[in-house]
Design a binder for this molecule. Sequence first.
Ligand code: FE2
Ligand code: ZN
Length: 346
Amino acid sequence: MEAPLPHLNSVSRRRFLRQSFAFSALASLGSSAWAGASASTQAASDAGAAELLMVGDWGYDDDQAAQSQVASGMRRYVGDKALTPQALLMLGDNWYGELTGGAQSPRWKTQFEQMYPADVFRGPAYAILGNHDYQKWPDSKVEAELAYAMNAHTRWTMPSRWYTFEFPAKDPLITFIALDSNMPFKDGTSEHGKDFTLTSAQQAEQLVWLEEELKRPRTTPFLVVMGHHPVYSDGPHGDHPVLVRDWDPMFQKYKVDVYLGGHDHDLQHLEFEGHPTTHFLSGGGGADLYNLKVDQTTRGPFAQKVYGFSHLSVTERQLTLRHIDPSGRILHAFTKTPEGKISILT
Ligand SMILES: [Fe+2]
Ligand SMILES: [Zn+2]
């Protein structure tokens, strides 16, 4: 199930660098982009870029020390770099543990509204559902999250379990497709005690919808898909057989630029030879960290067991994605053009 797929050669960091010129997508990349990354190219902001921050696996219940540390790191980073983020992406596992009161739970205030405050993060917080959200604890946290989004005062945005939006709102540069990756259990059922999933009917309905969305004529330079579960991951959950089977061929066919996920509690950036899609995973928002299963030297270019968050900047010419630790240190950063050219900055 987790054996490497024959058509996808894994790329180590070193091999990624060495082989990059053979990649059709990277063929026109100059060597200076790899070797000559200077402090100036690592600047946190491109002039005129639209910015957003993202965080995954954040609403931890056991203790909020790590979540608070990451969130204060996000606030400090925005202040230090004088950024004006126009949105947040909340990449699922929004609520671990019990959410008594549902949409009225006090956790909304302490662990979302105040944790990522509106005076720093003014725009919408686009949220998707993780496996921990798919729990009846005591009632469906999925229903609570959909209901909370109906409040007029909140930035929490979840119009349905899967949806699309454009970013930024004015003169959009990215079409986002937000998906629900909670596939039925291996035995085909969708209820195990307090845990549940999409039903098989919902799974099929979403897949038809996804292809309809992907088929639409592109109106923005970039197309980004987000789902809580990674399609490919160097973390303990590994590659997801259902998503590899159902989603990945569509990402290739319709040339999805980036897939964003979380679920494994670490930060990753994976590239595959001949594959148009960058896999960028940000699961370090506060829940206990996991040991990686595959080292970044085997499949990368980047996978690190570390708390943190991620920053996306976009102009018409390029996307810039960065993984950042709670102290504000940029651990990994790269750009990608609409033609698929990737340059690693850090
Ligand atoms: Fe998680
Ligand atoms: Zn998860």
